[in-house]
Design a protein around this ligand. Structure first.
Ligand code: ADP
Length: 311
């Protein structure tokens, strides 16, 4: 294995700076940009370029064949929820190496599904989990350990053990949120078996902080950087990323949906799977798959119970 110190222009001091900034392995370095690396590790941009170039060589990053892509897809893991209809809609569970987004109005069940996944990712593989741990980036203070206890009990898991394997980051503003996402790399490099990263909700801070047309470009640029970091974690460590998003009303829509997800094209393109949640009659919820690279559009109905999501 290539160590940081083996790279050209990297002495002991630079290696330490790289490690402190969360760039401890070759893949993480190889997929960084020179600017990002220079700023985060506090090294010159010239050095950063050389280090990245060398890391890319070490990881033999180049074109790959469709066969290689297919091989990598074989490693894709899936995390299920308690509703079979929901699992089927999304092709057997939410996927690692991808970003899955759910959006919907207040109370539509976004946080409930987040809590459920934080538990089910811990199930063994033969019960629809990945035997893994979870990072939960909570931006609106909606995380409730009591809910985790209830759902764990529903799955007959020891709720204390389950709580130990959920790493909560309470993000106070968008800069903090971006920082916490970057820190996930360190957590994984230090040995945590993270298989799921949840951001609930992705846009709340961005939406509150960047108000008005003139700040829109800056907001989208920061959001893009954040999503890029999340996708990078998903690919590098075979992790599933699950984000929740709000909707904005479209009073001018005569046809089609009267609401749409916020975040614009930047988010629309970053999410591999997009699921729209709606409230139905008698406490039911409707999930509609609106965007997926290889699954048909479709709908399903599920319920939220104290044990979690069920058919
Ligand atoms: P949001 O989309 O705003 O994140 P939530 O995921 O918080 O919405 O969903 C809230 C809804 O979940 C509540 O309106 C309620 O119907 C349901 N819910 C929350 N906790 C429970 C529970 N313990 N048992 C049954 N339903 C619950």
């Amino acid at each position: 294995m290539v160590e940081l110190e083996d790279l050209p222009s990297v002495g002991e001091k630079t290696a330490q700076k790289l490690r402190d900034a969360g760039f401890a392995d070759m893949m993480r370095l190889a997929t960084a940009t020179a600017k990002e690396l220079a700023v985060k590790a506090e090294i010159g941009e010239g050095v950063a370029e050389k280090v990245i170039e060398a890391a890319r060589k070490a990881e033999s990053i180049d074109f790959e064949t469709a066969y290689d892509v297919m091989e990598r897809r074989r490693d894709v893991g899936r995390i299920t929820v308690g509703s079979e209809a929901f699992n089927e809609l999304i092709g057997g569970g939410i996927e690692t190496q991808s970003i899955t987004e759910v959006f919907g109005e207040f109370g539509s069940g976004k946080s409930q599904i987040s809590h459920e996944l934080a538990v089910t990712v811990q199930l063994p593989r033969d019960r629809g989990g990945l035997d893994g741990e979870c990072v939960f980036i909570d931006t609106e203070n909606t995380f409730r350990p009591e809910r985790i206890e209830q759902i764990s009990d529903g799955f007959e898991l020891d709720h204390e053990e389950v709580l130990q394997k959920i790493h909560i980051a309470r993000a106070f503003n968008s800069a903090h949120q971006i920082l916490m996402a970057d820190k996930i790399n360190e957590l994984i490099q230090n040995g945590s078996n993270i298989k799921l990263v949840i951001v609930d909700s992705l846009m709340a801070h961005f939406r509150a902080e960047y108000v008005g047309r003139e700040s829109l470009a800056t907001r989208q640029q920061k959001l893009n950087q954040h999503l890029h970091a999340l996708q990078n974690i998903a690919n590098t460590y075979n992790v599933a990323v699950f984000i929740t998003n709000q909707v904005q009303a479209r009073p001018d829509a005569f046809f089609g949906s009267p609401t749409k997800a916020i975040g614009g094209h930047v988010l629309g393109h970053a999410s591999t799977y997009r699921i729209w949640l709606k409230k139905g009659l008698a406490g039911k919820r409707i999930a509609r798959l609106v965007d997926s690279p290889h699954l048909p559009e479709g709908e399903c109905v599920f319920k939220i119970t104290s044990d979690g999501i069920v058919d």
